[in-house]
Design a protein around this ligand. Structure first.
Ligand code: AMP
Length: 278
């Protein structure tokens, strides 16, 4: 595996890989099986996998969250080596954002005007900015992202389309712990007792899936919010949306997704479930 810290270094290497089909997996590190599932999918279609590890400061709206985000670079590089990753890209902030390069905000098609976008101002501009920049550097054929961050995937898909970027986005299913908790680097920060009860999110999403069709959507959302008000947990939102527009779903919507954000102790978790896709 080759490890590069500079744009010049990785570009020089990739420019020599004539004919390679590059699959790119952007991550913020603290790698877990959710990340690895993206690599497995990339290896099925691509001849060269490139994984970036970069804790992107511009997508953190809360400086405390950025400061305590887990950073486990040695472990991550070992994992990538074992997974036969071709190239690891681990840049410093200055490599990704050279001084003086000040881009105007990107068109996110209004997809940032709900859910995570409302609770984390500026977050999706930061995500779109870093994904665009990393795509410019790596120039992959395929980009692998997780359904775990559903709204993020929708926004990146929109950006790729509107900018006409020559890359295909592949959305991979959410990998869960044995109790149903979606894997996340932030799970490591959870209090063990709360972590053992954090299956509550997945259970609640499944309740919504079962209830869809039986009751009104507003009623289901209300019930789910109540379920998430358990000791140690505090929901920020539970929304049932059209998976294409991210606007509130109706009983006639074909692609229905439930998304939630919940404080579990002092750790903020997000999760989602596709309730209907016809
Ligand atoms: P992160 O390091 O959290 O920014 O995640 C990097 C990529 O891995 C993103 O595309 C995430 O959606 C994806 N990812 C994170 N957790 C999971 C999971 N549990 N299952 C599938 N993909 C995931």
């Amino acid at each position: 595996m080759y490890v590069f810290r500079t744009v010049t270094g990785i570009r020089k290497h990739l420019d020599q890989q004539h004919g390679a089909v590059i699959g790119f997996i952007p991550t913020m590190g603290a790698l877990h099986d959710g990340h690895l599932s993206l690599m497995v999918q990339a290896k099925e279609k691509c001849t060269l996998t490139v994984t970036s590890i970069f804790v992107n400061p511009t997508q953190f709206n809360d400086p405390e969250d950025l400061a305590r985000y887990p950073r486990t670079l040695d472990h991550d590089l070992n994992v990538l080596l074992q997974e036969n990753c071709g190239v690891a890209f681990v840049p410093e902030v200055e490599e990704v954002y050279p001084a003086g390069q000040n881009e105007p905000p990107l068109d996110l098609g209004g997809l940032d005007q709900s859910m995570e976008g409302m609770h984390r101002p500026g977050h999706f501009q930061g995500v779109a900015q870093v994904v665009r920049r990393l795509l410019e550097i790596v120039q992959p054929e395929f980009l692998y992202m997780g359904q775990k961050d559903f709204q993020q995937g929708a926004i990146v898909g929109h950006m790729i389309k509107t900018l006409g970027l020559p890359v295909t986005l592949v959305m991979c299913p959410t990998v869960r712990e044995s109790n149903g908790l979606a894997m996340s680097s932030r799970n490591e920060l959870l209090d063990p007792e709360i972590r053992s009860r954090a299956s509550l999110l997945y259970k609640t999403l499944n309740y919504a899936a079962d209830a869809l069709g039986a009751g009104s959507i507003e009623k289901i959302q209300h019930e789910c919010l109540q379920k998430l008000e358990a000791p140690g947990f505090k929901p920020e939102y539970f929304e049932i949306v059209d998976g294409h527009t991210l606007k509130p779903a109706t009983q006639d919507t074909n692609f229905v997704v439930a998304c939630c954000a919940v404080w579990a102790g002092d750790v903020r978790l997000i999760d989602n479930l596709i309730l209907r896709d016809v």
